[in-house]
Write a protein that binds this ligand. Structure first.
Ligand code: SF4
Ligand code: SF4
Length: 300
């Protein structure tokens, strides 16, 4: 599949494309398709139904709509008890758009049944090809569409763009952040790379140069899932709290720098005084057993 096709099919593409062509900066009310039959909306609002739960909405999407010129986005959570609504509010705080992203359960005072509910996956976007009959700019090459990297990269890009207008990250809520990056610390890392391989967003990296190794962490890519802490067999990696959405504005950090040596059997760099890395040590001691020590990799 070509990159342009992937971009065209990414979640919310149709809605974003519509936003680039929409000249009036009004309000977009997003609601899950299931609840759209009973939605109430303000007179000037465009109601858009998302196929599925609003919790499945790419976190970047409402912010990308705002960055494309939509005046206000309402996430309509009427009748919805989703515990994740705090996450949206925290992201809006960091992006500096609490007045433009409304996480709402109540309809506005002038609310009525809308004349039309649009489908987020099939927005009424006019193609230049159909107007002029002469080809023209294909949809997926429309200038101004957000960069479609990983979901977390998309979120980082748009939050930085919006937050850039108002300067510094906000103070944390009194109870602390409830979503976003973990505050990781490392002491005693053995360079096994299990956490690196387990991280779903590539927020961790282990780099070696000669006899030195460093465990790096990019908080702006961390989604706070905690997998890395769970899989660390030597318990070197730990969390001391949550950095929260302000980490989206931060830079990579070095968690630990240490000396390594090459395993005499597989040449993998490892931390220790023995001849073999932990995996080879285990294999030498258990030639007929599992190929990996307990807790190391998917074969265990
Ligand atoms: S899982 Fe633990 S020991 Fe292994 S590389 Fe990560 S921090 Fe280091
Ligand atoms: S908490 Fe999850 S996303 Fe963050 S570094 Fe660990 S594995 Fe990666």
């Amino acid at each position: 599949m070509s990159a342009s096709t992937e971009q065209k099919r990414s979640p919310g593409h149709s809605l974003l494309l519509w936003a680039t062509r929409e000249e009036r900066a009004g309000t977009v009310r997003l609601i899950c398709a299931e609840a759209s039959e009973r939605v109430l909306a303000g007179r000037d609002e465009t109601v858009v139904a998302w196929r599925g739960c609003l919790d499945d909405l790419p976190r970047a999407l409402p912010f990308e709509l705002l960055s494309l010129g939509v005046g206000r986005v309402v996430l309509d959570l009427t009748d919805c008890g989703g515990p994740w609504r705090t996450e949206w509010s925290e992201l809006a705080l960091v992006a500096g758009v609490t007045d433009r992203l409304q996480v709402a359960g109540e309809p506005p005072a002038d609310a009525k049944r809308p004349k039309q509910v649009l489908d987020a996956d099939a927005m009424p976007v006019l193609r230049r090809r159909s107007i002029f009959g002469l080809g023209g700019v294909p949809d997926e090459q429309t200038p101004g569409l957000p960069d479609h990297g990983s979901p977390q990269q998309r979120l980082r890009t748009v939050i930085r763009k919006l937050a850039g207008d108002h300067g510094q990250a906000p103070e944390p809520p009194a109870a602390g952040w409830s979503s976003g990056a973990l505050d990781l610390v490392s002491e005693g890392c053995t360079a096994c790379r299990v956490c690196v391989q387990s991280c779903p967003t590539d927020a961790l990296a282990l780099q070696t140069a000669g006899r030195r190794a460093g465990l790096g962490f990019d908080p702006s890519l961390c989604i706070g899932c905690g997998k890395c802490v769970v899989v660390c067999v030597p318990k070197a990696l730990n969390e001391r709290g949550r950095l929260g959405p302000p980490a989206l504005l931060g830079e990579p950090v070095l968690l630990e720098l240490f000396e390594v040596r090459a395993c005499s059997r597989c040449l993998t760099p490892f931390r220790g005084t023995g001849e073999h890395c932990p995996v080879c040590t285990y294999r030498v001691q258990n030639p007929f057993g599992s190929t990996m020590p307990p807790g190391w990799g998917p074969s265990t």
